[in-house]
Design a protein around this ligand. Structure first.
Ligand SMILES: NC(=O)c1ccc[n+]([C@@H]2O[C@H](COP(=O)([O-])OP(=O)(O)OC[C@H]3O[C@@H](n4cnc5c(N)ncnc54)[C@H](O)[C@@H]3O)[C@@H](O)[C@H]2O)c1
Length: 459
């Protein structure tokens, strides 16, 4: 797909408008900065592409040979709508290039963005080993006056931690948390709701804010501790909101209300809004689970008991259990040796990311209970044998996944699941029972076709 063919930029309506430097021909315009970005993942790649789109000279470092070689081949290592075109555009214009060594990206750069993983440590805290390693790697080669930007999600105190590792008076370390959503990362990077910059030096904060001036988004400048807190508080709030609506769905089932209409009635209230107000199989993905755990840990270390968030986490565990229970009870508790069709494996639609995916978690719980699980996901090839999918048979399409199944469970809200030929699904199944853990199907239409339909918080 070429840039011109891409619908994403046109849909967002901002790709051409937002880049004040877009009119320039090849190369970076006068006044552009040189930016090193470390880590070409779900955050680093959109960050690099966005900064290059705004006309800066971006050097993106990726140490994983598989990901790096994919970039060199002119492809991208993740599924993200519109990102390939944006990356190619940067490469073609000469404002984006790839290296495998972080020091090469950092040496001579005005800004160095850390976009490396911060996975969950054994005690629930954020594991800063990647951040620490990069700081040690690039510290000695940074040019005097360079600004290091923590874009990875890092706990309170991390800016000072990186500063101590680098150990140089002539380098500022700034916090600039990322809020993009996988599946709409290009749109979100070009049009963020806000830019948060935490710095102890106002000049450094202003310079980082200036890099994103092309977005026209509100800029919040604060100290590093507050900036680091904003990121965790935001993710904790979103997780709590989903846990809340999942609990409301449970209430709806108990009292006979329809959660769809409850959501409508709540969501139009501007104080509440519709975002993250959708019941489902529980929240997951590469951020919310680890970030909520890290925040609980961080709070505890500081002597604060974040009981509300602990409740949201516990509620989420119950939600994962609930979907499994719905599947088991639909089979009259006879799950051992029974074929179950699973639709969707990624943690949400629009991405290939399966890290801490509720869909994978539920599929594996079903395998653990002795079910023969056949799964289809548009981003997972047939016969995939990944570690996280042990025991799950990956299929080429929906019909293969439901063949011979006594229940089909919709776990990811992929649009294509709404439009499958349900007559064909019905005849492929051993018994037409669907558990719609995402509430994406029409219960009335399903029932009219002869399915037993089980949703979340509705009949
Ligand atoms: N994924 C999201 O939606 C999202 C959103 C907001 C914030 N974040 C945060 O951003 C950070 C990165 O997340 P991600 O999802 O992009 O992770 P990721 O695993 O997709 O990408 C990180 C990349 O960094 C590379 N890397 C690690 N060490 C390196 C080094 N020394 N030199 C060069 N490359 C190196 C890895 O190989 C990997 O490709 C995390 O802290 C995460 O919590 C993620």
């Amino acid at each position: 797909m070429t840039y011109r063919e891409s619908g994403t930029y046109r849909e967002s309506g901002t790709y051409r408008e937002s880049g004040s430097n877009r009119e320039s021909s090849k190369g970076a315009p006068a006044g552009a900065s040189t930016v090193g970005v470390i880590g070409a993942g779900y955050v680093g790649l959109p960050t690099a592409a966005t900064l290059s789109h705004f006309g800066h000279r971006v050097i993106l470092a990726e140490s994983d040979p598989g990901r790096f070689n994919t970039l060199l081949r002119g492809e991208i290592p993740i599924v993200e709508r519109g990102l390939l075109e944006m990356v190619r555009d940067g490469v073609d214009r000469g404002t984006l290039r790839f290296v495998s060594d972080a020091t090469e990206a950092a040496r001579g750069s005005d800004f160095v963005f850390f976009c490396v993983p911060t996975p969950q440590g054994v005690d629930g805290s954020a594991d800063l080993s990647y951040v620490e390693a990069v700081a040690k790697e690039v510290g000695p080669v940074l040019r005097s006056g360079a600004i290091v930007v923590n874009k990875s999600t890092v706990p309170v105190g991390s800016a000072s931690f990186v500063e101590r590792i680098i150990g140089r008076d002539d380098i500022h370390v700034v916090s600039n948390p990322e809020f993009l959503r996988e599946g709409s990362a290009v749109h979100d990077s070009l049009n963020p709701d806000r830019i948060v910059v935490g710095a102890d030096d106002q000049g450094a904060a202003a310079r980082v804010g200036q890099l994103f001036a092309g977005t026209g988004s509100p800029l919040i400048v604060t100290d590093t501790t507050t900036s680091e807190t904003i990121k965790y508080a935001s993710n904790a709030f979103l997780a709590t909101k989903v846990s809340f609506i999942n609990a409301v769905a449970g209430l709806c089932e108990a009292v006979g209300a329809d959660v769809r209409d409850v959501v409508l009635g709540m969501g139009y209230d501007k104080r509440i809004g519709f975002e993250f107000l959708r019941p489902g199989p529980g929240w997951g993905g590469s951020c919310l689970p680890k970030d909520t755990q890290a925040l609980v840990h961080m709070a505890e270390s500081a002597g604060y008991d974040f009981s509300l968030l602990k409740g949201a986490i516990a509620g989420n565990e119950e939600q994962l259990d609930l979907v499994v229970k719905k599947a088991v009870s639909s089979l009259d508790d006879k799950i051992e040796g029974t074929t179950v069709g699973v639709l969707g494996l990624t943690f949400k639609a629009g991405t290939d990311d399966r890290r801490s995916s509720p869909a994978v978690d539920i599929a594996r719980r079903l395998v653990g209970l002795g079910a023969r699980v056949q799964a289809y996901d548009p981003t997972v090839p047939a016969f995939e044998e990944a570690d996280d999918l042990a025991g799950v048979r990956c299929c080429a399409d929906v019909y293969e996944a439901v063949a011979g199944a006594r229940v089909a469970v919709v776990l990811t809200e992929w649009d294509e699941f709404r439009w499958v030929d349900f007559e064909k699904v019905k005849s492929a199944m051993d018994r037409p029972v669907v558990i719609d853990a995402r509430n994406i199907l029409d219960p009335g239409a399903m029932k009219r076709m002869g399915f037993t339909y089980v949703g979340m918080g509705r009949g």
